[in-house]
Design a protein around this ligand. Structure first.
Ligand code: NOJ
Ligand code: CA
Length: 543
């Protein structure tokens, strides 16, 4: 296999302003009719991604896996899951992306392996006290037979499972995802090899799964409120904010100081690729928010996800608070924020806040400084799929005995063309059902409609590259409507571009001069130094 030759423009800080496109291989395009997307499909659609105007692609795990947690249960970190293709297919995809000026970032799932990973299989056989078990967190039962502590899995149920000889192993997620023991030198050593393996192949970076979770403290100690703690960690769990904020810093397995030593070591590996401009982004849910800045210190990782907008209301005051805080926080360490409205773990933004609202918010966010992560399908305005219970796959659904429906709705494959489901995604039966009603959301339909969500994203990405990425810092504009902060308008200026989001159901007239670059929906009326912003819509003006 050829090592990919990079034909990308040289910009050591490319990631600071990049638009990343998150795409699960299995939901993108199936080329052999087995119902699962594959790398041949990814290769077929590279031109689409280039046409869209994204800078980089983030691939959630595509490695050998029993897919108990969508691939976040890795059985072999250096093998492509055959369902998706071969390593040669991945290589061809990577090369094709590079040839089109797009970088590729891959997922690094190092908090846990799959129970099918050779290490875990060896640990089961080798028995208590063995060096094989020392790579995981195996402990004897308490004298009354109960698990070593009372921690609860983030997917529901206990975080310990017992094996045949009576010992328990720790799993913060599904029982098929045993947590690794990062105090064991084998673990660090092996993952360094894996990092180099993909970097040598040409990968441009890594998304670090559960980046805050590797180091555990007090594994044998009970937590005083395990259920409260695990509820506090769930975005979809209503909880009094004060209680949540009091609980979060007490998590004995998240955001421990030890994780930073690991990232300092990795940074030396990334930097040793010198001219390659490798980046890494941390999935780190930490509290208080200032702790996030530690992950992006100059000798650690390059970015940390900001999840604030995934569950924010479409409401000016809240959005202003979250956005300005994220910008200021990252500025304090010389970094830029990241933005995401949807991802594979959350309800899709169009379903959560509405179609027009999600278009307006996306256009607003795409103008902010920092980089944006767009989840495949978001550019089509795709809502969540409606999944019959018998088709569900998410371990959250099973572990909570159906109390929580889980994340499958966001993961439904993309509709490409035609009038009936599965809309060109597959010639077989898709791994999750596409909705019959999506016929107006296909790429084919939207490509030819200048007012479609797809063309909005495409225009915005082009204009962003042209006018915004090298433009100035955010200057928030006091609302010209009511003076001060307005419930219905949110606005800022960056250099010679100003951005206005009308959150209300009525048109808003503002006094401003400028040339309209793009509007998220509706018709903009502008004359005599006045511009009318349509209801629930965002505009970019050039001055
Ligand atoms: C975060 C990933 O985004 C999620 O999909 C996964 O289930 C957990 N980490 C466990 O790996
Ligand atoms: Ca396939």
């Amino acid at each position: 296999m050829n090592t990919s030759t990079i034909t990308l423009s040289s910009d050591p800080e490319w990631y600071r302003k990049a638009v990343f496109y998150e795409v699960m291989v299995r939901s993108f395009l199936d080329t052999n009719g087995d119902g699962y997307g594959d790398f041949r499909g990814m290769i077929d659609k590279l031109d689409y991604l280039q046409w869209l105007g994204i800078d980089a692609i983030w691939l959630p795990p595509f490695f050998q896996s029993p897919l108990r947690d969508g691939g976040y249960d890795v059985a072999d970190y250096r093998e492509v899951l055959p369902t998706y293709g071969s390593t040669a297919d991945f290589d061809e995809f990577l090369q094709g992306a590079h040839d089109r000026g797009m970088r590729v970032v891959i997922d690094f799932v190092i908090n846990h392996t799959s129970d099918q990973h050779v290490w875990f299989q060896e640990a089961l056989k080798a028995g208590r006290g063995s060096k094989e078990r020392a790579r995981f967190h195996f402990y004897d039962a308490n004298s009354d037979g109960t698990p070593p502590n009372n921690w609860i899995s983030l997917f529901g149920g206990p975080s310990w499972t017992q094996v045949d000889d009576g010992q328990f192993y720790l799993h913060l997620f599904d029982s098929s995802q045993p947590d690794l023991n990062w105090d064991n030198p084998d673990v660090a050593e092996d993952f360094e090899k894996t990092l180099r393996f993909w970097l040598d192949l040409g990968a441009d970076g890594f998304r670090i799964d559960v980046a805050h979770g590797l180091v555990k403290e007090d594994v044998l100690k009970d937590h005083p409120d395990p259920q409260g703690l695990s509820d506090a960690l769930r975005l979809d769990m209503p909880m009094d904010p004060e209680r949540r904020y009091a609980l979060l810093p007490t998590v004995p397995y998240f955001d421990r100081q030890g994780v930073h030593e690991i990232y300092r070591k990795w940074r030396t590996i990334f930097d040793s690729y010198g001219s390659r401009e490798v980046m890494a982004v941390a999935e780190a849910w930490v509290h208080p928010p200032v702790n996030a800045t530690r992950y992006v210190r100059a000798d650690e990782l390059h970015q940390v996800f900001n999840f604030d907008l995934l569950d924010a209301a479409f409401e000016a005051e809240q959005l202003y608070g979250l956005m300005s805080a994220a910008i200021d926080l990252m500025k304090s360490v010389g970094a830029l924020p990241t933005w995401a409205l949807s991802n594979h773990d959350s309800p899709r933004v169009a379903s959560r806040i509405g179609d027009l609202q999600s278009r307006a918010l996306a256009l607003f966010v795409l103008a902010l400084p920092g980089s944006c992560y767009v989840f495949a399908g978001q550019e089509l305005g795709l809502p969540d799929g409606v999944i019959p219970d018998e088709a569900r796959q998410d371990p959250i659904y099973f572990r909570t005995k159906g109390v929580q429906k889980g994340r499958d709705g966001a993961r439904v494959p993309l509709p490409w063309k035609g009038e009936t489901a599965p809309f060109g995604f597959t010639s077989g039966k898709p791994w999750l059902p596409l909705q019959e009603g999506w016929k107006d959301l296909t790429v084919e339909k939207q490509e030819s409609d200048p007012r479609s969500t797809l063309n909005l994203y495409r225009n915005a990405l082009n204009l962003r590259a042209e006018h915004l990425v090298n433009n100035g810092e955010v200057e928030w504009i006091e609302s010209p409507v009511h003076g001060g902060k307005s419930a219905s308008l949110l606005a800022f200026k960056r250099g010679n571009v100003s951005v206005y989001m009308n959150l209300s159901d009525l048109p808003i007239e503002i006094e401003v001069n400028g040339k309209l670059l793009v509007v998220s929906s509706g018709i903009v009326d502008g004359r005599d130094g006045k511009v009318t912003i349509p209801p629930v819509s965002t505009i970019w003006l050039h001055h």
